[in-house]
Ligand binder design. Structure first.
Ligand code: F6R
Length: 625
């Protein structure tokens, strides 16, 4: 059994792969993966950085910061060239709070930062950009030797205004400045840093240039028709350009109006080769939807269709991963991605020659699971930047295990660090709650597990239409939520439906802050029933006939304790409150049955007046371990 995927192995293979992929891309306009080995550093704030060299670009930086808010949103700042000086506007608060302060300014060169403080309070002083005389920076990462560097610089007479480690970069740049060779000064300053950084630099000495550098933190450059931009993640800029270059560690890039210059760590000039990414953003705005989350749920049919089309083309690629080489498969992921892994594990249960496990990435880091060359890791991550999953991949790579990444973001850290990669084509997902990405993860995992089992019936072309039918229950779910008052929710199901129940319970707590839990249907009487009362909603998912009898027993048990019941099933007339999903292929029913749960969590949130796109205490991409 084989499957076509992108593979990273050694330099020669990478080169061969690139050539093959480029040829394939040219002829089929499809997949290309750029491959690097990447060392990930834990710690530091979760931040997003972005910038543009483009006519009148302040609003572009602002919009990019909005898209990067999934990396954090407790303080924000923008620096731009204004009358040949660097003007900084920054503050504590959400990105939208800064917009009025940009009124009256225009600039053709600007950098921005959104911060989620994990080290040092979210205050205006700690917000980026940081400036020291003629140098201004935004930084994502952590400078581990900041304290000792500061000590030395203070002795030289420099003053520090913030509690951050990042400010030391601006001060060092000023200290190392060499009037006749600014690049050398920058390189000298960067060489003194221990830790990780993606940094963008403005200098009043050269007001028409942005300098970029990175080590152990992602930094993507985008090339537009007559502009350049950059960001810590490609989703923030693919609305402007799909021509991307992922910077390598220790490179320095100089962006000016219509040129890019790239240097290695010896300041030798390098060629920049831009690649076209698969990632798309349909519409950066919410369109006619009140929130991104609702928009993204309604985008599921299209996302699934794109993913199906991608998988169909993928069969033509000649790179192979021979599943017969493995006797153990471990699915890894966090949160929703972990639930997708559980779904995949359930598909492989019973395949005699493979031992299958699914474990959260963080637990995997602490586990003593035996890893060897017969182990295949399948790591799932929407963002491709989740620190726990990157850490888990890194651990797996220390053994002889091979890693397949499943991600929504090409050029993300996870794609660099894995041996193979499969993409979900959900398009950019902005709302914190994963919805369309989960649906597409299930499609890719079903395909992959089918390949592992040697099955041919992997693609259901009718699925997008079937999803459309489920979406017609939107109004029903809204009314159901508004007519009732629930103190707590239990999601129950058997087998693969229990995985869907777990996802439903996660979504409800995440978005609506209503207490919710999941239980295998047969387990409810062994404990959770004590929590069931008149203000409880029990959502029961039944996608297979063999589960009917057991689930109905559980439904009767909770009903007799006064709970309300909502059933999600393709089998009709089970309950007065029911969402009847199409009788799709059995393994596709998990995609159909999760959508009502996403809508349920959504309306519970809206009813409470919350912002489902940005739930409290959570960030879309958890880049700290
Ligand atoms: C839930 C949710 C989170 C993410 C988790 C993993 O709606 O969004 O639980 O699923 O943080 O994120 P990725 O998939 O980006 O690795």
């Amino acid at each position: 059994m084989t499957i076509s995927m992108a593979r990273n192995d050694n330099k020669d293979e990478i080169l061969r792969l690139r050539l093959r992929m480029t040829a394939f891309l040219l002829s089929h306009c499809t997949l290309i993966m750029h491959i690097l080995i990447y060392q990930f550093q834990f710690g530091g704030d979760m931040c997003g950085i972005i910038g543009f060299i483009k006519e009148n670009c302040l609003l572009d930086v602002y919009k990019g910061l909005e898209l990067l808010e999934y990396r954090g949103y407790d303080s924000v700042g923008i620096a731009f060239n204004y009358c040949n000086q660097t003007k900084i506007i920054k503050q504590k608060g959400r990105v939208k709070d800064i917009k009025p302060k940009l009124n009256g300014y225009t600039s053709d060169i600007a950098i921005g930062h959104t911060r989620w403080a994990t080290h040092g309070k979210p205050t205006e002083k700690n917000a980026h950009p940081h400036k020291c005389r003629y140098f201004t920076i935004v930084h994502n990462g952590i400078i581990e030797n900041a304290d000792s560097l500061k000590e030395g610089l203070i002795k030289k007479g420099y003053k520090f205004l913030s509690e951050t480690d990042s400010e030391v970069i601006a001060v060092l740049l000023q200290d190392c400045f060499t009037p006749d060779n600014i690049l050398l000064g920058i390189q000298t300053a960067l060489s003194k840093l221990v830790g990780s950084y993606a940094v963008a630099i403005l200098s009043e000495y050269t007001p028409k240039t942005i300098y970029l550098a990175k080590k152990d933190n992602p930094l993507i450059i985008g090339k537009g028709k007559d502009f350049y931009c950059f960001a810590s993640d490609s989703p923030a800029i693919v609305g402007y350009t799909q021509n991307l270059y992922r910077m390598k560690d220790n490179e320095i890039a100089l962006l000016s109006n219509d040129t890019i210059e790239l240097f290695d760590n010896n300041l030798k000039k390098k060629k920049t080769v831009f690649h076209k990414t698969y990632l798309t953003v349909d519409n950066i705005n919410k369109g006619s939807y009140p929130t991104y989350m609702l928009k993204e749920i309604f985008e599921i049919p299209r996302a699934v269709k794109s993913t199906i089309n991608y998988l169909k083309k993928l069969r033509d690629i000649q790179n192979t991963c021979n599943f017969k080489d493995y006797n153990s498969i471990i699915f890894l992921g966090c949160g929703t991605a972990y639930h997708a892994g559980l779904f995949a594990k359930s598909l492989l249960d019973g395949v005699a020659y493979i031992h299958t496990q699914c474990i959260t990435s963080d637990e995997f880091l602490y586990s003593s699971i035996n890893l060897n060359k017969k182990t295949l890791i399948i790591a799932i991550s929407q963002s491709g930047e989740t620190a726990d999953t990157i850490g888990a991949i890194k651990k797996a790579k220390k053994s002889d295990a091979k890693v397949i990444a499943i991600t929504n973001v090409p050029y993300s850290t996870i794609t660099e660090f894995s041996d193979y990669c499969l993409l979900t084509l959900a398009g950019v997902e902005i709302a914190v709650g994963a919805t369309k990405s989960y649906a597409t993860q299930l499609i890719v995992l079903k395909y992959l597990c089918g390949k592992i089992c040697g099955s041919n019936k992997l693609i259901n072309e009718l699925l997008p239409q079937e999803i459309q039918q489920v979406l017609t229950f939107n109004r029903y779910i809204k009314d159901f939520v508004y007519k009732n008052d629930f103190e707590n929710l239990f999601f129950i199901g058997k087998g693969v439906d229990y995985q869907t129940a777990l996802e439903g319970a996660l979504k409800v707590k995440e978005i609506s802050y209503v207490y919710s839990d999941a239980s295998p249907a047969g387990e409810i009487k062994h404990g959770p029933l004590a929590m069931v009362g008149a203000k409880t909603l029990v959502v029961c998912i039944i996608t297979k006939e063999i589960y009917l009898k057991g689930c109905l027993n559980a439904v009767n048990e909770v009903k007799s304790r006064g709970a309300s019941v909502l059933v999600i099933s393709p089998f009709e007339k089970i309950s007065a409150n029911q969402i009847t999903i199409p009788k799709s292929l059995e393994n596709d029913r998990s995609v159909l049955s999760v959508i009502p749960l996403q809508l349920l969590s959504y309306y519970l949130s809206i009813k409470k007046g919350l912002d489902p796109d940005k739930p409290r205490n959570l960030a879309k991409s958890v880049t700290v371990g």
